[in-house]
Design a protein around this ligand. Structure first.
Ligand SMILES: [Zn+2]
Length: 398
């Protein structure tokens, strides 16, 4: 339907529906197994994920974690010791007892964005040099279902020459990555960088000095569009990038591969789905909760103190125990905000489900209606919404 598409993504034994949203989850946040490996609000989110006793032992939440995003670089976010780091990479996430109720697909990012200026993984008493071989070793040990090469993301202030240099460095990594991961059972995604057609085309031209286009096409299972984080709130630049990305992938023969957009604002999701993006990752459910933001919908947020939990039928808001926590009657701050994050995630997952059903229906007016009733009602994004409808969904008047 237009450029929008719905389908199933099969990775090993896991099948997820697309379009889909991968929430960012930090599995290792400085703690031990007893604290679900810690991480403040991340800990409470993981307790929902595994149906821990602290949140009432409810297993209704697991389905919202059918796919998650995490990163190699998050391993030392909490400044852990060398011993703790060694424990974190000792065995795959899904083989650990504590995470056994979790069955979702893990997209394990390389951390390129974080390693850009400092090519090491830093803990409190150690430093580990990071290169493509090291990142792949960690991805393998942690058991990523989808992994990407170590990349060198661009920034808006880079010169043309700096962007080409980064593409060449990424190209070298891709060559090493494909070689090392030849027998890997998970899916491998190729990172793509650029804000417009000519930048993405130049990126692919540079990396094909290291690995041929044919080899890229036969080796990679998907494309991960990166470098968009600095413009995640600039709807019009995002749309330009995704429209151009689509054209580049078509011209290079990659258009059959699933397309993931790395690290964008969840509000852009309906528009990017209309433009043909299959999967997304976002931490907005969590970032908003940390600031007390409680989602009424994809577009509307209120402070949790003003929220009326009776108006939401999600498992969090239906639980008296969780309502008390969200009202501030909780052991720790993370226990007040963790349920808010969980509620926010449920709102987002329900919206993506709604969008998916509309794409599946094959009736583009159904998706147009959705966009008109949501994104287009928001003044700053109205123009972008109309542009996407006209570009991709046949316009309002057919
Ligand atoms: Zn709720």
């Amino acid at each position: 339907m237009g450029d929008a598409r719905a389908g199933k993504l099969t990775i090993g034994d896991s099948v997820i529906e697309t379009p889909n949203l991968f929430p960012v989850v930090n599995f290792y946040g400085g703690g031990t197994e007893n604290s679900v490996y810690g991480g403040g609000i991340h800990r409470t989110v993981k307790e929902f994920m595994i149906g821990a006793d602290r949140i009432g032992g409810d297993d209704a939440y697991a389905k919202f974690f059918d796919a998650v995003m995490t990163s190699v670089s998050s391993l030392t976010d909490y400044n852990v010791s060398k011993e703790r780091y060694a424990d974190y990479v000792y065995e795959p996430i899904k083989e650990r007892e504590v995470f056994s109720p979790f069955n979702g697909v893990i997209f394990l990012d390389s951390g390129g964005f974080k390693f850009l200026n400092n090519e090491s993984l830093d803990g409190s008493d150690f430093q580990e040099d990071i290169d493509q071989a090291k990142v792949f070793e960690i991805q393998k040990r942690m058991g990523g279902d989808i992994i990407v090469n170590l990349d060198h993301p661009i920034t808006p202030s880079d010169t043309h020459e700096e962007r080409l240099e980064k593409a060449r460095k990424t190209g070298k990594n891709i060559e090493i990555f494909l070689d090392l991961s030849d027998e890997y059972t998970g899916a491998r995604y190729l990172t793509l960088h650029g804000y417009n057609y000519s930048m993405m085309d130049a990126f692919l031209t540079e990396i094909t000095d290291y690995v041929s286009a044919e080899k890229l096409r036969s080796s990679f299972d998907g494309i991960a569009l990166g470098s968009l984080v600095p413009m995640k709130d600039n709807r019009s630049a995002l749309i330009d990038a995704v429209i151009d990305c689509h054209e580049v992938l078509h011209d290079w023969g990659f258009d059959k591969l699933p397309l993931h957009v790395l690290g964008i604002s969840s509000r852009a999701v309906p528009l990017l789905v209309a433009l043909g993006v299959d999967t997304f990752d976002s931490s907005t459910y969590l970032q908003n909760a940390i600031n007390g933001g409680y989602f009424l919908s994809l577009m509307e947020t209120v402070n949790v103190n003003e929220a009326n939990f009776d108006e939401c039928d999600c498992p969090v808001c239906s639980s008296q125990h969780m309502r008390r926590w969200m009202r501030g009657n909780a052991p720790y701050k993370k226990d007040m905000l963790g349920p808010v994050a969980m509620h926010n995630l449920i709102i987002q997952k329900r919206e993506i489900e709604e969008v998916r059903q509309r794409v599946k229906s094959g009736d583009s007016s159904s998706l147009v209606e959705y966009i008109e009733g949501t994104v287009a009602q928001d003044k700053p994004t109205r123009e972008s919404a109309h542009r996407v409808v006209n570009h991709s969904l046949g316009g309002y008047f057919q």
